[in-house]
Design a protein around this ligand. Sequence first.
Ligand code: GUN
Length: 287
Amino acid sequence: MSATIMSGKLLADEMTNEMQNDVNKLKEKGITPGLVVLLVGEDPASQTYVKNKEKRALALGFHSLIKRYPADITEEELLNEVKQYNEDPLFHGILVQLPLPKHIDSDKIVNAIDSVKDVDGFHPVNMGKLFIGKPDKIPCTPYGIMKMLERYKVEIEGKTAVVIGRSNIVGKPIAQLLMMKNATVTMAHSKTKDLAALARTADILVVAIGKGHFVTKEFIKPGAAVIDVGMNRDENGKLIGDVKSDEVAEVAGYLTPVPKGVGPMTITMLLYQTIESANKLAALLED
Ligand code: GUN
């Protein structure tokens, strides 16, 4: 048996085509979706992420701005920048690229973003709404994973899901989203005993632990849907996932590749939520 490869790239392209129509309609009403990315310092991985976001935003005809700050900007100065963009009607989405330098409290900065413009879905208000089952903005990686499961018609209701990794931006929200679709969800993490045996109970296995090729075929129930959120570099600098994809593909029913899996969907959902924010504004203006 060989797994169906769930292409995030393909779905991202499909969704982007649909989103182009939405952008065109907004522009007819005189509104251009605007996204500002605040980037502090020179971290090379962050530079790459941010450039990809800008490229995709510009391709859709967004008003897109990367605002760069030196690594020694103070917390107060950055807070003031965020507040300024909260008030700026040209921008419907604000994203502060993480991680921030150590002298800045990221929580404080994220909390300062107007939750209406929090297209990353990281603000406590948006997190809170998600966890009471009334989501508004949703963290983009888990949101993209749900779109992929839907697109590939992976059944969720009544299924057993195991999520490996308990971060606020992937593990916890994907567990909640799967639970909202009536999966029975177990969260696993670095202290979980006999992880492979637990993972083998999963019809849906989400892996977000940041350890290259950690999940082998011993972790996989035959036919399972396996979502690989990992973005690691091997010894040759090649991008690899958390899942040993060659051997896992022989056992799993579905598998997301790395690259071209979850990654392209994360940016797509970011742009999707920015368009949603702009649409809300358009509706308010029409009232
Ligand atoms: N750093 C790495 N991924 C992300 C992301 O999705 N959003 C933000 N704000 N920072 C990141």
